[in-house]
Structure formats: C-alpha cells, structure tokens
Design a protein around this ligand. Structure first.
Ligand code: NIG
Ligand code: FE
Length: 406
C-alpha cells in the first residue's frame, strides 16, 4: 500500500519516499480513514464489516488534479493542422482562434450544455482515478458568462470534488481589445467582489504571458484578489520568462503553474516563499514545445513539485492524469515515486486541501484507488492504458472493475 504519508507537502528528496506499507490494511468509517497499518486488521472485522482484498495490487490515494479548465464548450481539433505546420500558440490566438474561439462557444452555450459536457469529463476523470479536481473558469470573460461557468462547477453533483478558481485574466476579451485597463477594472470592481460574496471560487488565477497579461497587469489583479481574501494562483513563465514565479512568491501565492521558462531566480524565490510549482508536462508535449519545466532542478533545490493535467480544449485536451504522469516521468525525468507524490499529496497542498486529502492517513478522507498493477513503477511503464480497478471516494465505492457504479 502506497500511503504517501507526510506531515506537509513532500519537498525535494522526500518526494521519492511514498511511505509504502508492504501487506497492510486500511480501515474506513463514515467516509474517513480510521486506521492504516501493517497486517490484516482482523481486530476491526465483525459481521457488519465489508472487506475488500486488493490481492497484492497497488493501493494508493485518489489522484488530485490540481490544474484544469473543466468548464468550457466546443473543441478545437481544427487547430491541429496549423500546429503541425508550425504556427505558434500565440499566433493562433492572434488569428482569432485559441482561447477566444472557446470563449465564443462558451458564451453561446446554455447552463445545461456546459453542465452536461463538464459532467462527462468528470466521469472520465473519476474512471481514470481522479477524486478531486481544481477547476478554473476563464472562458466566459464577461460578468454573466464567468458567473455562469462558476455556477456550473458549483452545481455539479458528482463524486469528484471540485475546488474552483476564478481565471478572468485568462485572455483579453474581444470587446476590450486595446483597453486592458477597462477589463481589469471590471474584474476588480465588479466580478471578483460578486464571486467572493456568492462563494463561487476559493482562488484567483491569471495568465501572465506575452500577448496576454503583463507583469504589472497581473499584479493589479492578484493584489485586488488578495485584498478580497482569495487564495492566489498564477499561470507563470509558460512560454516566455516574465518573472511570474517571482511575482507569485512576492504575493504569497499558493502555487505558480506551468513554469516551462522559469528562471533560476524564480525557482529560488518560490522555494523561499513556499510556493508550490504545479507542472503540466502534457501541455509541453501537446504544444510541441520540445521543452519541459525544470522539475529535476526544482526537486534538487527542495521544492514540493506538483503535476497536473491542465485539461483544456486547446493545449491539453485530456482528462487522463495517468497519461500526463507518463510525460512527467519520461519527459521531465521524475521517478514514478516522485510522480505519485506530485499528483497526490503535493497536488492536495497546491489547492489548499493538504490536511484532508492526498494521502492514506488516519483522519483523512477515504479517497483510495486500487490499481491493476503489481507495483508503482508499473503505472508509468505500461502506458496509454487505464490501470484503475476500483475508486473509493469519501469511503464509498464509485468505480468497480473500471466502471462507474451508482
Ligand atoms: O493552461 N495557458 C493558458 N491557458 C490554458 C490554455 C487555454 C486554451 O488554449 O484554451 C493552459 O494551457
Ligand atoms: Fe492552464
């Protein structure tokens, strides 16, 4: 059993230690973990006990996908040909495609259409072992449609738990072209206070990138968010080094995400301030960047690296965190053990839930996977398939034999 036991985020070398219990048991009561230990736990078994035998397979914490753009409408397979011809991400946006084409589709979509699409994605995530997900808005961009998307995330009745983030600063909407300040004022004065009042999001995020929001603009948005009491996250240094990691550190952000182009100073600043780097290797692959975030360097410097899917319709259209775990290992050079820490305990801390989920420990929520794999290396080695046999969420079996049960 892979417990991923830890007193806090797993930093640096500690990411390689998964607290494995060879031949152990875990006791679940009222949705929580009551005990976990070596042996068979026979003292806990009576005639009412439901016993599951994992039969020597990997038992591990449910995956926490700490960076997704869950609620959106439409798809962008039309961009594939352009991408193969070498047209860059920012250039596709300038041609009216990219994020803004998803914004047009999302604005047109009804609440129910968005709800049903997101629910299908959550079903897939659950089947593939994700039990908690962070969901960013950012495809509505105006008051009405951002609120619509955040309300969809809040309304979703699903075993997968959602932690919401407002990402209004994802792109400059067409109606504010040439007037970034006007859009920033709308976010600061109207949208964010409303979202806070209605409890529609825990965090605020911004896309700090050349052609999107510059460092000063990002700072303005995040400082206002901080004043309102939101947790801070940041799409930082994805394509061009902008000083996003340093800004995240200065503002006391919970996490800085992407970081493919982060500077050495940025890494040091995150370490100093305890910012969690959330790395998205599926996106490097899908954008054909030929470059991954410097994960090994971060681990060497003692950071607590998290890995997430970045599920979105443009740069990483997959709900499968297991697939992205393969890129984390073979692309960024993490060991399977480090990858598992990155998608469980460290991911839980990246969304402010480290005390509740992310490991199999006494008192935590019983979010547990049984994988069709004899050891954790096998999860990376045999790639492109779904290893999940059983998913237990809040103590309840929700996936059995790889299928969702009600
Ligand atoms: O995280 N980087 C910005 N946002 C998304 C992509 C959004 C899109 O292309 O639709 C990301 O990669
Ligand atoms: Fe993203």
């Amino acid at each position: 059993m892979v417990t991923v036991k830890s007193d806090g985020p797993k930093c640096g070398e500690a990411m390689g230690d998964l607290g494995v219990i060879d031949k152990g048991y875990v006791v679940i009561e009222n949705g929580l973990i009551l005990d976990v230990n070596l042996g068979e736990g026979t003292e806990y078994i009576d005639s009412d006990t439901y016993v599951i035998d994992a039969e020597g397979r990997v038992v591990m914490p449910g995956f926490v996908d700490s960076h997704t753009h869950l609620v959106h409408y439409g798809s962008r397979e039309n961009e594939l040909e352009l991408k193969l011809k070498g047209v860059g991400y920012v250039d596709i946006l300038k041609m009216g495609g990219g994020i803004l084409s998803t914004v047009r589709a999302t604005r047109k979509a009804s609440f129910d259409e968005l709800y049903n699409k997101a629910k299908k994605s959550l079903d897939l995530m659950l089947q593939w072992g994700t039990t908690t997900v962070e969901a960013k808005s950012g495809y509505g961009l105006n008051f009405e449609d951002e609120v619509k998307c955040l309300k969809v995330a809040k309304a979703l009745e699903h075993p997968v738990e959602i932690v919401s983030t407002y990402l209004g600063a994802h792109a400059i909407p067409e109606e504010f072209k040439g007037n970034v300040d006007g859009y920033i004022n709308l976010m600061i004065n109207e949208i964010m206070p409303y979202i806070k009042k209605e409890g529609l999001a825990d965090n605020v995020d911004a896309f700090c990138e050349d052609g999107f929001f510059n460092l000063d603009e990002t700072k303005k948005v995040l400082e206002a968010a901080k004043k309102l009491g939101f947790g801070l996250k940041l799409h930082a240094d994805e394509i061009v080094p902008m000083g996003g990691a340093e800004l995240a550190a200065n503002l006391g952000a919970v996490s800085a995400e992407h970081l493919v182009a982060v500077s050495d100073e940025g890494i040091d600043a995150m370490k100093e301030a305890g910012v969690i780097p959330v790395l998205l290797p599926g996106t490097s692959f899908y954008l054909r960047l030929k470059k991954y975030a410097p994960a090994r360097e971060m681990i060497k410097k003692g950071l607590a690296v998290a890995v997430a899917s970045d599920y979105n319709p443009g740069t990483c259209p997959t709900e499968s965190l297991q697939s992205v775990m393969v890129f984390a290992s073979l692309g960024m050079g993490l060991t399977p053990q480090e990858v598992i820490s990155a998608v469980t305990i460290n991911a839980a801390y990246a969304i402010g839930r480290g005390n509740e989920i992310g490991s199999i420990e006494k008192g935590k929520k019983a979010d547990i996977l049984i994988m069709n794999a004899p050891n954790e290396n096998y999860l990376i080695y045999h790639f492109g398939i779904n290893h999940v046999d059983m998913v237990i969420k809040n103590g309840k079996i929700v996936v059995r034999d790889g299928k969702i049960i009600n």
